[in-house]
Write a protein that binds this ligand. Structure first.
Ligand code: C2E
Ligand code: MG
Ligand code: MG
Length: 735
C-alpha cells in the first residue's frame, strides 16, 4: 500500500471517527440542553403556581385589614350603611387594592352592595359571580360556626380573632378572577353583633394588568392570560388556572426560558474546535506512527536481508544457501529430479588479495560475482559462502547440464579481469555434487562439492570435477599426508635430488634441485602432489627453507655448475623472501651468482610493484631468474620485458609434441627467437629422446634437461657425473 493511499485512509477513518464523536457529543449536549430546558420549564411552572397562590395570600392579608374591623361590622352588619360601603369597600378596594369587583353579602348571603370596575352597580349583578363564589361562602360560614365566641373584649384591646377567609380562582361572566371572600369580624370588640356576620367579596380580574404584574415579579417573558375558550395555540409555556373543583377557567401562556440553548451556543463552538484539534492530532499521530512503523519494518527487512546476504556482493550467503538447498532437496524428495551443488574456488584470489590489498580483493570478488551471475540460468542461485568461495545451487540438475555450466565457468574465469590497478588472471576450480539420494542433506552436498573442487585443483587448477565417493578417502589421505609432511620436515625426512642441464656441446652446465619425499609407508611421493599440500597447509616457507638450505649447501660441491632452485608462488609473495635468502647465503656460504631461481609463469599476475621489487632485489643480490614451464601460463611479451628474468624454460609439453604435431617445432622456434631477441638464455626441459633433441636443435634450442641425459639424482650422483663427464659419450650417462 502506498504512503499516499494510507494517508487518505487515515484521514478518512479519522474524519469518520471525528464525525461520529462530534455527533455523539452534540447529541449529549442537545440532550443536556433539552433537560435543562425541561427543568427550567418545570421550575417556571412551579413559580407561576406559587406566584398565583402568593398573590392570593397577599390579597387576603390586604383585605383582612378591612374585614377585621369594628367599623365594618358596625356599618355592614349591625346596620347596612351604603355610603360607608361605597367609600370603604367599593372605592377603597378599587383604588387601593386594584380590585375590579367587590361585593358585600348580608347574614343571609344576599348581595347588599356591588362594585364593578370602580363604580357602584346593582347588587343583583352579584349573580354573575355567585356560582364562582358559592364554595367560598360555604367555607366561610362553616368557619364562622366553628369560631370560638369572642370573650373578654374590652375597648382598645384587640380581640383575638383570626381572619376567616377563603380564596379561589373562579370565572365571573366568563373572565377568570382571583376571588377572596372574608368574614367581617371585630378587631377591638367595640361592637357586638348577634347572629351571622356579613361577608366581603373581592375579585381581581386576571387580565393584562395582572399578567404584567406577574411577569415583572417572576421575570416571565410574554405572559398572557387567556380564557379557556378563546385561547390560541401556544408554542411556549402554559399553566392552566383551575377552580377548586379542578375546572379550567383560564390559561397563562408565556415564552419559557431555554437555558439549554444558551448552554449549547456557549459550549458547542469550543467543543467543536476542540474536536477538530483532536482529530488533527490523531491524524498526525497516526501518520507519524505509520512512518515509525514503516521505518521499523524497513530496518527489520534490512537486518533480515543482511542476515541472509553477503554484504559485499549482495548475493545470498551461507545461511540463505542452507535454506534454499533444504527447500530444493525437499522438493526433490517429493517430486523427483536432482539437485546440483557447485563449489567454485578462485585459484589465485589470495595472491591478489595479499599483493594489492583487500580493496583490490573486494573488486575482484565483485567482478567474479557478476560473471557467475551472468552465466547462471534464472532458476539457479549464486551464493558467496566465504572469501573467494562461491556456490551455485542448481535445481532440476543433470550431469550434462552441470558439466556444461562448469565448463563455461572455468572458461569465463580464465579470462583476464580488468581492475583499476591492472589486469589479473584468476582462474577457478569447480567441484560438483549431483544429489539424487534422499539421505544427502545440504551440508553433505556442499562437503562433496568441496571435495570435488579440491580434486579439480589438484588436477592442475582451472578445471571442474564431479564428486565421487572415493574422494572422501582421498581427502582423508590428503589430511594425513599433510600431517606426515609436517613430521617429515621436522625430522629431516626429505631429500634433494639434482637433474643435470646440458649445453649444446654436451657439457653439464647446471643442475635443477628437486625435492624428494620418501614416505615411510606410501613410498616416494611426487613434489607436484605434496608441494601444493604444503602451500595450502602453511608449510611452504618451512619447505622452502629446507630446499634452499640444502641446495645452497650442495652448490658449494660443484663450483663449475649453476644450481636452479624452484620457488613456490606463495613464497615469492612473502615480503621478507629476499631477506630469508640473504640469511641462508650467509649461513651456507653459497655464491648467489651460481644460484638460479625458477619461478613458474603464473606468478606474474599483473603489473605488480612488489613482485617487481622482489625480483630487482634478488638480482641485485646476484641471483639469476628463470621462468619455468614457459608457455603454459599467461606470460606476454610485456611481462618478459617488465620482469628482469635471465632465462626461460620451455615447458615439457612443447618438447613432447616435437615430432607429433607439425607446428610444434615452429612454436619452439618462435619461443627461441623471442628469447634471443630479448637477450635471454633458453633451455628445454623434459627431453627424453634423441629425436626431440634433434627437433630442438633445429629450432635453435641447444640447452636441454631431461631423462635423455639423466634423471634427477642424489648429490653424489652429480659429483660422479662431473668426474666421469668428458670425454665419455653423452648417451652412456643416462641412468
Ligand atoms: P619443474 O620445476 O618443471 O621440474 C621439472 C620436473 O620434470 C621434475 O619433476 C622432473 O623430475 C621432471 N622431468 C625432468 N626431466 C623429465 C623428462 O625427461 N621426462 C619427464 N616425464 N619428466 C621429466 P618433479 O621432480 O616431480 O617436480 C615436479 C614439479 O615440482 C617441479 O616442476 C616443480 O615445479 C616442483 N618442485 C620440485 N621440487 C621442488 C622444490 O624443491 N621446491 C618447489 N617449490 N617446487 C618443487
Ligand atoms: Mg623447475
Ligand atoms: Mg618445469
Amino acid at each position: 500500500m502506498g504512503n499516499k493511499s494510507f494517508g487518505i485512509r487515515v484521514v478518512a477513518t479519522a474524519t469518520a471517527a471525528g464525525v461520529v464523536t462530534l455527533a455523539a457529543v452534540v447529541g449529549i449536549l442537545l440532550s443536556v440542553a433539552r433537560h435543562a430546558d425541561l427543568d427550567a420549564e418545570a421550575h417556571e411552572r412551579t413559580q407561576v403556581v406559587h406566584g398565583l397562590i402568593g398573590a392570593m395570600r397577599e390579597k387576603e392579608d390586604w383585605i383582612a385589614g378591612q374585614a377585621d374591623w369594628d367599623d365594618a361590622l358596625l356599618n355592614l352588619g349591625v346596620a347596612f350603611n351604603p355610603d360607608w360601603a361605597r367609600a370603604n369597600v367599593g372605592q377603597y378596594f378599587s383604588n387601593l387594592g386594584h380590585f375590579e369587583r367587590a361585593y358585600v353579602l348580608d347574614a343571609d348571603n344576599r348581595p347588599v352592595y356591588a362594585m364593578s370596575d370602580g363604580v357602584d352597580v346593582a347588587p343583583s349583578q352579584f349573580e354573575g359571580a355567585r356560582s364562582a363564589v358559592a364554595p367560598l361562602i360555604r367555607k366561610i360560614r362553616a368557619a364562622e360556626v366553628r369560631r370560638p365566641p369572642i370573650v373578654g373584649a374590652a375597648p382598645y384591646r384587640k380581640v383575638l380573632s383570626k381572619p376567616i377567609q377563603a380564596s379561589a380562582f373562579g370565572s365571573i361572566n366568563g373572565v377568570p378572577y382571583l376571588i377572596t371572600a372574608s368574614l367581617v369580624q371585630n378587631d377591638f370588640g367595640k361592637v357586638r353583633l348577634q347572629g351571622r356576620a356579613p361577608i366581603l367579596i373581592a375579585g381581581e380580574a386576571m387580565n393584562g394588568d395582572f399578567a404584567r404584574l406577574m411577569a415583572d415579579r417572576f421575570l416571565l417573558k410574554d405572559l398572557h392570560v387567556h380564557t379557556v375558550d378563546n385561547s390560541p395555540e401556544n408554542e411556549g409555556q402554559t399553566s392552566f388556572v383551575l377552580t377548586d373543583a379542578g375546572a379550567p377557567i383560564g390559561r397563562l401562556d408565556w415564552t419559557g426560558h431555554r437555558p439549554g440553548l444558551g448552554l449549547l451556543s456557549r459550549v458547542l463552538p469550543p467543543v467543536i474546535s476542540g474536536l477538530f484539534l483532536l482529530l488533527a492530532l490523531t491524524v498526525s499521530l497516526l501518520l507519524r506512527g505509520r512512518r515509525a512503523a514503516r521505518a521499523l519494518v524497513a530496518s527489520e527487512a534490512r537486518a533480515r536481508h543482511m542476515a541472509f546476504h553477503d554484504h559485499l556482493t549482495g548475493l545470498p550467503n551461507r545461511a540463505m544457501f542452507n535454506d534454499r538447498v533444504a527447500e530444493a532437496l525437499d522438493s526433490t524428495r517429493r517430486n523427483g529430479g536432482r539437485v546440483g551443488v557447485m563449489a567454485i574456488d578462485l585459484d589465485r584470489f589470495k595472491l591478489v588479495n595479499d599483493t594489492y590489498g583487500h580493496g583490490a580483493g573486494d573488486q575482484l570478488i565483485l567482478s567474479v560475482a557478476a560473471r557467475l551471475t551472468g552465466l547462471c540460468p534464472a532458476g539457479d542461485s549464486v551464493v558467496r559462502v566465504g572469501g573467494d568461495e562461491f556456490v551455485i545451487l542448481c535445481r532440476e540438475a543433470s550431469a550434462a547440464r552441470l558439466a556444461h555450466l562448469a565448463r563455461r565457468i572455468v572458461e569465463r574465469m580464465a579470462e583476464p579481469v580488468d581492475l583499476p590497478f591492472g589486469r589479473v588472471f584468476v582462474g577457478a576450480s569447480v567441484g560438483i555434487s549431483l544429489v539424487e539420494e534422499t539421505g544427502v542433506d545440504g551440508a553433505e552436498a556442499l562437503r562433496q562439492a568441496d571435495l570435488a573442487m579440491y580434486r579439480a585443483k589438484e588436477g592442475g587448477r582451472g578445471r571442474y570435477c564431479f564428486f565421487e565417493p572415493d574422494m572422501d578417502t582421498a581427502m582423508k589421505a590428503r589430511r594425513q599426508l599433510e600431517a606426515d609432511l609436517r613430521e617429515a620436515l621436522n625430522s629431516d625426512g626429505l631429500t634433494m635430488v639434482y637433474q643435470p642441464q646440458m649445453n649444446g656441446q654436451g657439457r653439464m652446465t647446471g643442475v635443477e634441485a628437486l625435492v624428494r619425499w620418501d614416505h615411510p609407508e606410501s613410498g616416494p611421493i611426487a613434489p607436484s602432489y605434496f608441494v601444493p599440500i604444503a602451500e595450502e597447509g602453511g608449510l611452504i616457507s618451512q619447505l622452502g627453507v629446507y630446499t634452499f638450505r640444502k641446495a645452497f649447501l650442495d652448490s658449494r660441491r660443484w663450483p663449475q655448475l649453476r644450481v636452479a632452485v624452484n620457488v613456490s608462488a606463495v613464497q615469492i609473495r612473502a615480503v621478507d623472501f629476499p631477506d630469508l635468502l640473504a640469511g641462508l647465503l650467509k649461513e651456507t656460504g653459497a655464491d648467489p651468482h651460481r644460484i638460479e631461481l625458477e619461478i613458474t609463469e603464473g606468478i606474474l599476475l599483473a603489473d605488480d610493484e612488489q613482485t617487481q621489487e622482489t625480483f630487482r632485489r634478488l638480482r641485485a643480490m646476484g641471483f639469476s631468474l628463470a621462468l619455468d614451464d614457459f608457455g603454459t601460463g599467461y606470460s606476454s611479451l610485456s611481462y618478459l620485458r617488465r620482469y628482469p628474468v635471465d632465462k626461460i624454460k620451455i615447458d615439457r609439453s612443447f618438447v613432447n609434441n616435437l615430432g607429433v604435431e607439425k607446428e610444434a617445432e615452429a612454436v619452439v622456434g618462435a619461443i627461441v627467437r623471442l628469447a634471443q631477441a630479448l637477450n635471454l638464455r633458453v633451455i628445454a626441459e623434459g627431453v627424453e629422446t634423441e629425436s626431440q633433441r634433434e627437433g630442438l636443435r633445429r629450432a635453435g634450442c641447444t640447452d636441454i634437461q631431461g631423462y635423455l641425459f639423466s634423471r634427477p639424482v642424489e648429490p653424489a650422483g652429480i659429483s660422479r657425473l662431473l668426474e666421469a663427464a668428458e670425454p665419455r659419450p653423452l648417451a652412456a650417462l643416462a641412468s
